[in-house]
Design a protein around this ligand. Structure first.
Ligand SMILES: NC(=O)c1ccc[n+]([C@@H]2O[C@H](COP(=O)([O-])OP(=O)(O)OC[C@H]3O[C@@H](n4cnc5c(N)ncnc54)[C@H](OP(=O)(O)O)[C@@H]3O)[C@@H](O)[C@H]2O)c1
Length: 325
């Protein structure tokens, strides 16, 4: 099968279309003929050598796909050959065929095109488990989503809006802020021109934000503490501005805050399966009702994985970038 392999060219990593063996599903796994694969920042980090695949995962890129089940391994009961699915993968999605644990597979929601469904797994697994399992978001609470126009952000804004939360979002341009508000953010904050701490305090009558989803880190760590409400929860899924920071913990103490950090990829299939079940119950109906949709920035052919990565690295995307074999 055709797949993307990372090779070194002129001392730099390059994404090269190569011929690799088609994998076979083991017990509990399905083989998916890939319609599209989603690109994630984690893939960009893996190319740089900063995010190695967990033990047992394919060393090729690609954390999510959509497509058709073409073979099932021993003991698979939840899906069968011919099913249109999307799946979270530990790797190996940038290819014509990919393997997924059946615990990480979901049907393509009604009304969503097969290829577009590749935009759903990584963002919804991540958003759900961080907002609901870690931060325990409750009905009526306010939410601040940093990086609102990212793949993750566009899913988080829509989900929170559909569940009735007042949503604030940060983004780095007028165009990105407009996109966030169109997706359901009550107020998008252009972080290059405005201070999100001041804006959210003002908009909440001084109370602050109940739950903050952060992918920025650095100086945002302390600023999140200042933006948070009493008993607020902050969850970091990345630290793009740096993992190390000089932080004043005073407001964390005085406001009884909780600060979480999680990654998804290294979790067990059983743990991912529990998140999958919650998505099927709580999020897929919202997608099928048209209240949450995949937000797709651009679709590239698989052979153009390099330019697709460059688009994400340059921060040009609003929503997800996909590859089609
Ligand atoms: N821990 C996990 O399990 C997990 C899972 C999935 C993703 N992630 C992480 O989540 C992040 C988003 O992933 P993605 O695939 O959706 O990537 P993406 O679409 O490339 O998004 C990255 C976003 O970061 C935003 N950003 C950068 N600096 C910012 C700042 N100072 N303030 C506000 N926003 C800022 C960018 O917004 P602007 O262009 O507006 O600056 C951009 O929207 C990545 O860092 C990824 O590694 C973590």
């Amino acid at each position: 099968m055709k797949a993307i392999r990372v090779e070194t060219k002129n001392g730099e990593p390059a994404l090269v279309l190569a011929e690799l063996p088609t994998p076979s599903p083991k017990a509990g796994e399905v083989l998916i003929k890939v319609a599209a694969a989603g690109i994630n920042r984690g893939d960009l980090a893996q190319v740089r050598g900063a995010y190695p695949p967990p033990p047992g995962a394919p060393d090729t890129l690609g954390l999510e796909v959509s497509g058709e089940v073409v073979e099932t391994g021993q003991g698979v009961t939840q899906f069968q050959v011919g099913d249109a699915v999307c799946a979270l993968l530990p790797g190996g999605g940038y290819a014509e065929y990919a393997i997924a644990s059946e615990l990480c597979v979901l049907p393509v929601p009604k009304g969503v095109a097969l290829a577009d469904a590749a935009a759903l797994p990584e963002v919804h697994f991540t958003v759900w488990t961080n907002l609901m399992d870690s931060a325990r978001l409750k009905t009526g609470e306010t939410v601040l989503i940093h990086g609102g126009s990212s793949g993750i952000g566009t899913a988080a804004i829509q989900l929170c809006h559909a569940r009735g939360h007042t949503v604030f979002a940060t983004a780095g341009s007028v165009e990105k802020c407009a996109a966030c508000e169109k997706l359901g953010a009550t107020r998008a904050i252009n972080y290059r021109e405005e201070d999100f701490v001041a804006v959210t305090k003002d908009a909440t009558g001084g109370k602050g934000i109940d739950v903050i989803l952060d992918m920025v880190g650095g100086d945002y760590i302390e600023r999140n503490f200042r933006a948070a409400a009493i008993w607020g929860r902050i969850v970091n899924i990345a630290f793009q501005k740096g993992m190390a920071a000089d932080v004043n913990y005073g407001s964390m103490l005085m406001k009884r805050l909780s600060h979480f950090g999680t990654t998804l990829r290294a979790r067990s299939n059983a743990e991912k399966g529990a998140i999958r079940d919650a998505l099927a119950r709580e999020v897929w109906p919202l997608i099928e009702a048209g209240r949450v949709r995949p937000v797709i920035d651009r679709i590239f052919p698989l052979a153009e994985a390099g330019p697709a990565h460059a688009r994400m690295a340059g921060g040009a995307n609003i929503g997800k970038i996909l590859l089609t074999p």
